[in-house]
Write a protein that binds this ligand. Structure first.
Ligand code: FAD
Length: 394
């Protein structure tokens, strides 16, 4: 493992930093969250992704033929680090860029790649993920949304739930049951659904953060062309798992975790607790040391993953480790920040005596969702123990 940067990599970092200084949109409270609600906010977020793409900083690792730059892993990492350090708004089309895009590159046919990939990059088409159903979350393969192949069309009936961004998404990558008689993992297909198709109803659900981050989606005789099938009929489980591995890596960002830690440390160094700087309080010092050790361990784990990626080694269970460790750590740090802020710490964004614009209670609730979304911590532990450590299946 080589922890130093080459002169070229340092130059890239400087270029990205300078570009961000010039181009970062003026921030408002909403940019700090990843949720999108009203049309103006969605338009602003799309414009930001487009600008970033035009500058060459979206999906840099994608092949040139699909709109990427064939950039190496280190360049992508440097750009991502700079984006997070500059506190740039997240990509509104993140599920396209980080989940369905890479999946289509592996499993899609050429027509699908040409049709969908360019619009993912420019945020002209936003995607949502139709996996979970009432009763099928951790046990995803038990999903019941039925797709019947009639001639050249699937006719889809059923319901999805917790579908993030469905209220403004243009497309959904969706798991449907195409063979109810087959064993549960073998009767599933992966289809792409235009969200404007008649028969689709989207109902927003309000999360405890107060944002409508996710939705219920109902399908009543929704007709989807057979050409929207990705991979083989009834082989969607393999395709779905490709997407899930990308999702876990997306949710486990080390840089965001480090940035959160810096925020917690800043509070500890500037706020008072029992008549002295909070950072000098022995109990708080111990709590800070605990999270800092975990942040450092996570950083070193990510370097190990980076080394694997640079050397072309398969990622193994690293994505699950990332997801498990970072989401729990982020939640613990939000909790610590609220405690450091004292009695007013838990006040929400619109409260009169709110601290730090209410971002920490928001983070506390949001990160709890992240522990669940993309496969809960318990499920990640099952994956790590069974596939990583070779322990017996439960
Ligand atoms: C913020 C957020 C965004 C989301 N976005 C999307 C989205 O865009 N698209 C989408 O399809 N889904 C989305 N989800 C849904 C998410 O994938 C599911 O909530 C998750 O997989 C858990 O499923 P469940 O809620 O049905 O819980 P359940 O599966 O019912 O689990 C309940 C509890 O039992 C535990 N448990 C279950 N099985 C096991 C086991 N085998 N071993 C040990 N413990 C177990 C779980 O860990 C959990 O604590 C989102 C969820 C959240 C919170």
């Amino acid at each position: 493992m080589d922890l130093s940067y080459t002169p070229e990599q340092e130059a890239t970092r400087k270029t990205v930093r300078a570009w961000l200084k010039q181009n970062l949109p003026k921030r408002d409270r909403n940019d700090e969250t990843l949720e999108y609600g009203d049309a103006a906010r969605t338009a602003k977020a799309k414009a930001w992704q487009r600008k970033l793409y035009q500058a060459g900083y979206v999906a840099m690792g994608w092949p040139k033929q699909y709109g990427g730059h064939d950039a190496d892993v280190m360049t992508q990492t440097i750009v991502n680090e700079e984006l997070v350090l500059a506190r740039a708004p997240g990509l509104i089309g993140m599920m396209g860029v980080q989940m369905v895009g890479p999946t289509l590159m592996k499993w899609g046919n050429e027509e699908q790649k040409q049709r969908y990939l360019p619009k993912i990059l420019t945020a002209d088409e936003i995607w949502c993920q139709g996996y979970s159903e009432p009763g099928s979350g951790s046990d995803l393969a038990s999903l019941k949304t039925r797709a019947e192949l009639v001639g050249d069309e699937f006719i889809i009936n059923g319901q999805k739930v917790w579908t993030s961004s469905a209220q403004f998404a243009d497309w959904m990558f969706c798991l449907v049951r195409t063979d109810p008689a087959a064993p549960k993992h073998r009767g599933i297909s992966y289809v792409l659904i235009d969200m404007k198709t008649p028969g689709i109803t989207v109902r927003p659900l309000i999360q405890m953060t107060g944002d409508a981050g996710f939705n219920e989606v109902f399908f009543e005789d929704v007709r989807v062309p057979r050409k929207n099938l990705v991979g083989e009929l009834n082989q969607g489980w393999q395709v779905a798992n490709s997407t899930l591995a990308h999702e876990r890596n997306m949710l486990g960002s080390t840089t965001r975790t480090q940035q959160m830690f810096n925020g917690v440390l800043r509070i500890a160094q500037t706020r008072q607790r029992y008549g002295r700087r909070a950072a000098d309080d022995p109990v708080m010092r111990q709590r800070l040391a605990d999270v800092q050790i975990r942040v450092e361990a996570m950083k070193l784990h990510s370097y190990r993953q980076l080394t694997d990626a640079v050397k072309g080694r398969p990622p193994g269970i690293g994505a699950s480790v990332n997801k498990l460790v970072s989401t729990e750590l982020n939640h613990d740090m939000a909790s610590l920040a609220i405690e450091l802020l004292g009695s007013y710490g838990p006040l929400a964004r619109n409260a009169k005596h709110v601290n730090e614009r209410g971002i920490w209670p928001w983070e506390f609730m949001f990160t709890l969702g992240m522990i669940i979304g993309g496969g809960t911590s318990q499920i990640q532990k099952n994956i790590i123990s069974e596939r990583g450590l070779g322990m017996p299946r439960q």
